[in-house]
Design a protein around this ligand. Sequence first.
Ligand SMILES: Cc1cc2nc3c(=O)[nH]c(=O)nc-3n(C[C@H](O)[C@H](O)[C@H](O)COP(=O)(O)O)c2cc1C
Length: 246
Amino acid sequence: MPQKTPIDQMMAHQSIRKFTHQTVSQEIINTCIKAGQAAASSSFVQVTSVIQVNCAQNRAALAIAAGGQSYVESAAVFLVFCADLQRNQEICLRQHQQMPTGYTEQTLIASVDTALFAQNVLLAAQSLGLGGVFIGGLRNQPEVVTKVLKLPKQVFPIFGLCLGYPDQDPGQKPRLPLSMVLHQEHYSNDNLTHLANYDTQIRHYYQKRSQGRLNLTFSEHIVKTLVKEARPHMLPYLHSQGFCTR
Ligand SMILES: Cc1cc2nc3c(=O)[nH]c(=O)nc-3n(C[C@H](O)[C@H](O)[C@H](O)COP(=O)(O)O)c2cc1C
């Protein structure tokens, strides 16, 4: 079989939540992490740490913290991607210099860098035949995650990533049409023109995937998802870890 080109592989993405029992070698995990490290880094600050969680007890605690997501336990590999300003703070202190912390911009940099890192990890894993799903659900209970992983101040968990050999083929979720996301020269408020078609497409997608049980358009999904409080504990939590204080 001809190998997929990198762009074919990106376009074939689907989140995988069911895995075979096949283990993943540490060599493969290390290769994927190195691919993550190869991502661009804002001002080359390299503000990501990844925690590989192997201990079943800790996996169970994290699965609960993420809202009862069982694949956090069943995946061959579970990684937690953290924004980490602590390492650079330590480097500055060794040079007898204080590093000013708490700036919201630093949180943005660390979050953006870490997301780029993690997407590279997933792409590398997919190129080696693995599948996976990100676990933002860890931010349901960030204090628990912080305790389980013994995260110091200036480090916070952005999301987890389950990886393993796929035991499902759930089908790809159709994305918004290009005309709704690519604007030319300036922001166009005419960006809902193709929404009705897309709503129909997503309704068909959900119906097929759920054998008719789920009857939901994209618009309905958005309203259901976004018209409620979004983890209001995050700001006090970030403050407690020393982020976004100014
Ligand atoms: C940052 C981030 C956090 C996510 N968190 C979760 C999660 O906690 N649980 C889950 O099942 N899926 C999670 N997902 C997966 C999304 O639900 C999924 O990417 C989306 O529905 C699109 O489906 P696809 O990835 O199969 O194309 C997350 C995705 C991202 C990018």
